[in-house]
Design a protein around this ligand. Structure first.
Ligand code: NAD
Ligand code: LMR
Length: 326
């Protein structure tokens, strides 16, 4: 057995966390040989509900779960944290875009960035789930200057998974046959689900579907899937978001399966001429605990237009919160 690691989850009494925390505690994220100390962070009014979650964790008797700390004090919540899943933030309601949450949620990430900078492990791996995830991750990075910005990521894995399923259902193919799908840009309705490099059982995906379906059905339905779920459920996706968070962290730590691509919101290094420093979703390969952007892909005019549209939206979001950058 390894030494225990510290995993922090914020928004721990919320909807996503109710799926997420139990899967982390079971070992699904970090492996069945990795003992865990769980640190659960909430705002004060939610501590009663969070206490109920900790009782249920106790009652699950997870063999890997060494200790649970639950708190409304961010310094305690992030102290020596090795992994942090930042879920705590307001979700959007019907008729809102995710960027409408910027004002309500941005401040959370500047405060948490400063706290992480002060007390967390220098090797911490961070996933921002709370929306608007890309720009919240950027705010966090700007407020945590002593943490390598490669350790701060935003979640677009849910969009990636949505793309895989759309294609798999269209072709009646197992998901496992689909390789090299990609989400570029923002976790928003400007995101670009790209099938130009994608194959299904070795055959180029775009030769198997008609262009009309790809452009007028698949792309918009992935872009709008979050809103469609809110309309149907009355609240935003929760179990599928938790699942995507588990897959994101698991692949980052243990490597992406069969060297396939995964989509991650990461700090742009200027690849594909995307503005340096934005948190932008790229196709990545994870290996040895690191992610790397897939390089040298050919980008046609169709893709470039969509990649730029999402980049421009992220620039707008960045400029709207630049007062929070230290
Ligand atoms: P929820 O309202 O059920 O839970 C959020 C929790 O965060 C609440 O319990 C709240 O008390 C807590 N919280 C608020 N401020 C906090 C703070 N400063 N510190 C700690 N906790 C705090 O919401 P949810 O459905 O779990 O969604 C959480 C966030 O995740 C939302 O912003 C939602 O839009 C986002 N989301 C992102 C994706 C993605 O793909 N990136 C997918 C689904 C949802
Ligand atoms: C999603 O994609 O389901 C989440 O980001 C929730 C939302 O607001 O759409």
């Amino acid at each position: 057995m390894k030494e225990p690691v510290c995993v922090t989850v914020t928004g721990a009494a919320g909807q996503i966390s109710y799926s997420l925390i139990f899967r982390i505690a079971s070992g699904e994220m970090l492996g069945l040989d990795q003992p865990i100390v769980l640190k659960l962070l909430e705002i004060t009014p939610a501590l009663g509900a969070l206490r109920g979650v900790t009782m249920e964790l106790d009652d699950s008797a997870f063999p890997l779960l060494r200790k649970i700390i639950y708190t409304d004090d961010a310094e305690i919540g992030f102290k020596d944290s090795d992994f942090a899943l930042l879920v705590g933030a307001r979700p959007r309601g019907k008729g809102m875009e995710r960027k409408d949450l910027l004002e309500a949620n941005a401040n959370i990430f500047s405060v948490q960035g400063r706290t992480i900078n002060k007390v967390a492990s220098r090797e911490i791996k961070i996933l921002v789930v709370g929306n608007p995830a890309n720009t919240n991750a950027l705010i966090l990075a700007k407020n945590a200057p002593d943490i390598d910005s490669k350790q701060i990521t935003a979640m677009t894995r849910l969009d990636h998974n949505r793309s895989l399923t759309q294609l798999a259902q269209k072709l009646d193919s197992p998901i496992t046959k689909i390789k090299h799908a990609a989400i570029w840009g923002n976790h928003s309705s400007t995101q670009y689900p790209d099938l130009h490099h994608c194959s299904v059982d070795g055959i180029p995906a775009l030769s198997l579907v008609d262009n009309e379906w790809y452009v007028n059905h698949m792309i918009p339905s992935v872009q709008q899937r979050g809103a469609t779920i809110i309309k149907a459920r009355g609240s935003s996706s929760a179990a599928s978001a938790a699942n995507a968070a588990i897959m994101h962290m698991k692949d980052w730590v243990h490597g992406s399966q069969d060297n396939d691509w995964v989509s991650m919101g990461v700090i742009s290094d200027g690849s594909y001429e995307i503005e340096h420093g934005l948190v932008y979703s790229f196709p990545c390969i994870c290996r040895d605990g690191e992610w790397n952007i897939v390089k040298n892909l050919k980008i046609n005019v169709f893709s470039r237009q969509r990649m730029t549209a999402s980049e421009l939206e992220l620039i707008e979001e960045r400029d709207a919160v630049s007062h929070l950058f230290t």
